[in-house]
Design a protein. Structure first.
Length: 124
């Protein structure tokens, strides 16, 4: 793919903001106030982190896709919840838990069930 990666990055941020109804003047003000956030810089790993963090924000309302990107890349860097639950409250889950309905009706459900911090077989 040819072109300026930073221009594509910024166009994606702007398109996402416009899609959710943010006014162009507010977008322009955001870009002026946050030049380090809206400029793609650093190593390839740092650029990936910037891109996935922006994508994570753009997925607002589509938690499954955001969660999948997090599981796949480890980005964005997330803080532990203040009201943790689940198997181990000191980790961010890397898989969704099996529901009681799934466990009781699916004879092929694993027993014992995997913990939510155990990566899926295909994950890195």
């Amino acid at each position: 793919m040819t072109g300026d990666p930073n221009a594509y990055y910024q166009a994606g941020i702007k398109a996402s903001m416009l899609k959710v109804g943010i006014a162009q003047t507010d977008i322009d003000a955001y870009f002026l106030a946050n030049p380090t956030v809206v400029t793609l810089t650093g190593t390839n790993a740092q650029k990936l982190q910037q891109i996935i963090t922006q994508k994570y924000m753009a997925w607002m309302g589509n938690g499954i896709e955001a969660f999948d990107d997090y599981r796949r890349t480890g980005y964005p860097v997330l803080a532990l919840p203040q009201n943790p639950g689940g198997d181990d409250p000191s980790v961010i889950p890397t898989r969704l838990p099996y529901t009681n309905g799934e466990l009781s009706t699916n004879p092929n459900a694993p027993n014992p069930r995997p913990l939510v911090d155990v990566k899926l077989w295909w994950a890195k």
